[in-house]
Ligand binder design. Structure first.
Ligand code: FAD
Length: 592
């Protein structure tokens, strides 16, 4: 076992981890540990844009961005955090520009912006151009830019190291344990400050836009160490994934004028969101698609609708709406090159010739590790800080996304709160000492890895994972019911039992043993699935992405509060609740 020592250790090399590393490494000895090579992180797959009220094309204000974010969140976001987020978004995007990020430009050379779901002119209610973008590869550009800056700053990278545990000593975080994937060797990282930026957990569901590696590791690791998980019942289904594959088709397609059509050729969003139509917030559009399909208006009666970006269709609707915007084939090719490429490559459909078949796809976790606005992890209803522990990015819950995130607000979240986390670690490390390592710091997790390595039951990891994904998609998906969610809780517990007693792992070796590490990841997914189902079952209302047929209304009297799920010592889950911070925006019914 090798032991390393750094002031700050950051787990995860996506946008959030790299932004934190960049800031921390300016003043303290910083390491980034990542199970993927950094530029393979999911941030690199982000397509449509990063939101900030720059007002480069038309009037816009951070206050409008803030109100849209709170409204989009179905009033569950903490409003103090949202205000700060929308103000800092502007300088964050400009900071990226100064680092060299190649944004698309307006003819006068400003950063180009396009409309996105839920982003509006607060006076007219019409879509506003707020999504700053580099074609449909915005995340790729952010990730490459930040990685280059980190290399320049001499950040210490431990690439392809899989973190499997948080080391605690007497209730205080002291470091992490990681497996070097190439060799199987166990490493201990001793640190004063530890920041988790491990991304999402879309792999809990069958159809997802998320990469194979998005298994909620950081959330599960902290949960097992007694840290609560916040608002896990709120998981976003993006309306437009490629039918059956789940690959994301960015909202930028609708931002550029694309429309959703049912089997009768109707632009059905006109019925669900008369003023903003196809650019309503994601929860609203996903539910509309589900209802169309359920009522038999999916294409040919099947489980999908059409997304149409053909210039002739788009121009027809622009003209109907009295807009003088028009697009042509070259414009679509320049603004959405990757989307066209995905469709041509994976389904043999050319979106400038034919509409795309789409269905909702599991996309983004609004909940996560509870933090305050400095990225510090908070562990109870009173927001008590656990010194030395931080989280940022999708794995964290500040909460600026509440019950439903607006498109483009995740990339902004990475930059704004990644930076704040990095800065907070610097301040902390200047005055804090190392918490000593306990005796045998990796012992517990090494025993679990040995159990998995030698697991010789009958159930294969891939099969158990598929069963979990089916249960969660059937019962804890876009629409939810008491009975189904109760069944999900019970079935996930049975799957956990089989995970503990009947798992089968083939590879007993040390070198690149992905068989073993995927088994470990499945353990994380099962914990996350259980927390999600238990938190969802308890919440007897519909809000944002949590939509119950048996409680179809939002209930602010009883449920305007954040869920905190704790692992009990006997393995069960205990739920507590904390208030939502309301400042300027009193909860209202959402109308789009
Ligand atoms: C297809 C797609 C398109 C999207 N488009 C947009 C968009 O246009 N705009 C927008 O705002 N948002 C978008 N999102 C959402 C956004 O991209 C993500 O929420 C965000 O990039 C997450 O960044 P992150 O830094 O938190 O984590 P990630 O970028 O997912 O990185 C996670 C990191 O953690 C590391 N890691 C995880 N577990 C471990 C472990 N056990 N040990 C060591 N390392 C570990 C990984 O190696 C990786 O480096 C999109 C998401 C998807 C899936």
């Amino acid at each position: 076992m090798k032991v390393h020592q750094f002031d700050a250790v950051i787990v995860g090399a996506g946008g959030a981890g790299l932004m934190a590393a960049l800031y921390a490494s300016r003043e303290i000895k910083t390491a980034v540990i990542s199970k993927l090579y950094p530029t393979r992180s999911h941030t690199g797959a982000a397509q449509g844009g990063i939101g900030a009220a720059l007002g480069n094309h038309e009037e816009d204000h951070w206050e409008w961005h803030a109100f849209d974010t709170v409204k989009g969140s179905d009033y569950l976001a903490d409003q103090d955090a949202v205000d700060l987020f929308c103000q800092e978004a502007i300088e964050a995007v400009i900071e990226l520009e100064h680092m060299g990020l190649p944004f698309d430009r307006t003819p006068e050379g400003k950063i180009s912006q396009r409309p996105f779901g839920g982003h509006t002119n607060n006076e007219t209610g019409r879509p506003v151009r707020r999504a700053c973008h580099a074609a449909d590869r915005t995340g790729h550009m952010i990730l490459q830019t930040l990685y280059q800056q980190c290399i320049k700053n001499n950040v210490n990278f431990f690439d392809e190291f899989h973190v499997v545990d948080l080391i605690m000593n007497d209730g205080r975080p002291a470091g992490v344990v990681a497996v070097e994937i190439g060799t199987g060797e166990v490493h201990v990282f001793h640190a004063k400050a530890i920041l988790f930026a491990t991304g999402g957990w879309g792999k809990v569901w069958q159809i997802t836009s998320n990469a194979h590696t998005l298994t909620g590791d950081g959330n599960a690791i902290l949960f097992r160490r007694g840290i609560p998980l916040e608002d896990m019942e709120f998981f976003q289904f993006h309306p437009t994934g490629i039918y059956r594959l789940g690959i994301l088709i960015t909202e930028g397609v609708r931002g550029e004028g694309g429309v959703l059509l049912n089997d009768k050729g109707e632009r059905f969003m006109e019925r669900y969101a008369p003023s903003i139509k196809d650019l309503a917030s994601r929860d609203v559009v996903s539910r509309a698609i589900y209802l169309e399909i359920k009522e038999g208006r999916g294409i040919n009666g099947k489980g999908y609708v059409h997304l149409d970006i053909r210039p002739e269709t788009v121009n027809k609707y622009f003209a109907e709406e009295g807009s003088d915007r028009r697009i042509d084939r070259e414009y679509v090719e320049s603004k959405l090159p990757d989307i066209l490429d995905f469709c041509r490559t994976y389904i043999g459909i050319d979106p400038v010739e034919e509409p795309m078949p789409v269905q909702p796809t599991a996309h983004y976790g609004m909940g996560g590790i509870p933090t305050n606005i400095h990225g510090e992890v908070v562990i109870d209803e009173n927001n008590t800080v656990l010194p030395g522990l931080y989280a940022a990015g999708e794995c964290a819950c500040v909460s600026v996304h509440g019950a439903n995130r607006l498109g483009t607000n995740s990339l902004t979240d990475l930059i704004v709160f990644g930076r704040r986390g990095g800065q907070a670690m610097v301040e902390y490390c200047k005055q804090a000492d190392f918490v000593p390592l306990p005796e045998n710091p990796a012992g517990e997790v090494e025993a679990e890895l040995e159990r998995l390595r030698n697991a010789s039951g009958k159930t294969r990891v891939a099969d158990l994972r598929a069963e979990m994904q089916e249960v969660m998609s059937d019962y804890v998906g876009v629409f939810r019911l008491e009975e189904g969610m109760a069944k999900a809780v019970e079935e996930i517990r049975e799957l956990k039992e089989r995970y503990a007693t009947d798992l089968h792992v083939d590879d007993r070796g040390n070198v690149f043993n992905y068989d073993l590490l995927e088994a470990w990841e499945l353990g994380a997914l099962l914990d996350i699935a259980e927390v999600t189902a238990v938190s969802a079952l308890a919440r007897k209302e519909s809000r944002g992405a949590h939509s119950r047929d048996d409680y179809p209304k939002r209930d602010d009297v009883n449920w305007l509060k954040h869920t905190l799920a704790y692992q009990k010592p006997d393995g069960g889950i205990e739920l507590k609740y904390k208030p939502v911070v309301i400042t300027k925006y009193q909860p209202k019914e959402r109308v789009y």
